[in-house]
Design a protein around this ligand. Structure first.
Ligand code: ZN
Length: 161
């Protein structure tokens, strides 16, 4: 039994196909002169709308720790995105390998990444915290309404006497 478990553990690293991210969106957006025109590997969450570019590729906005970057990818890569981050849900988390341009010559000097390879790290999912927040607000509202009704009842009761 132990031998089987050990064998399984030894197999796990072989099954990890993701390359280790070499950088982060925060590093790229922080005046990363040394990364200009270099291949970068990073992870982030897809947010906002996917926008088709003039040449048929897709602009994807990715965020990580409050920093955002524009990523240009092939339509078949963009098709991997099952959700974009919004108020009520997190977007698909992607790992992108591509070429970073501090000031892209073909895209109006935009800071961007032209993706060469895209993999899904985690699918999008509903944001649980916002649901809890709604319940909290609804609960507080009920307490306020209840208090108000009790107050009105009290006043009515006083006047009836
Ligand atoms: Zn570009």
């Amino acid at each position: 039994m132990h031998a089987i478990m050990l064998a399984l553990f030894m197999l796990v690293p072989i099954n990890l196909t993701f390359a280790e991210p070499t950088t982060s969106i925060t590093m790229l957006t922080g005046a990363a002169q040394q990364s200009d025109n270099q291949q970068v590997v990073f992870r982030g969450e897809v947010v906002g709308d996917l926008i088709s570019s003039a040449d048929g590729r897709v602009w994807v906005t990715m965020i990580d720790s409050g920093s955002a970057i524009s990523v240009l990818m092939k339509p078949e890569d963009a098709a991997l995105i099952d959700a974009t981050g919004r108020y009520e849900q997190t977007g698909t988390k992607l790992e992108v390998t591509g070429i970073f341009h501090l000031s892209c010559p073909t895209d109006d000097g935009l800071s961007d990444v032209h993706a060469t390879s895209v993999t899904v790290v985690a699918p999008g999912e509903p944001r649980k915290s916002s649901v809890n927040m709604m319940l909290l607000v609804a609960g507080l509202l009920l307490v306020v309404i209840g208090g108000l009704l009790a107050f009105l009842y009290h006043i009515f009761h006083e006047r009836m006497r």
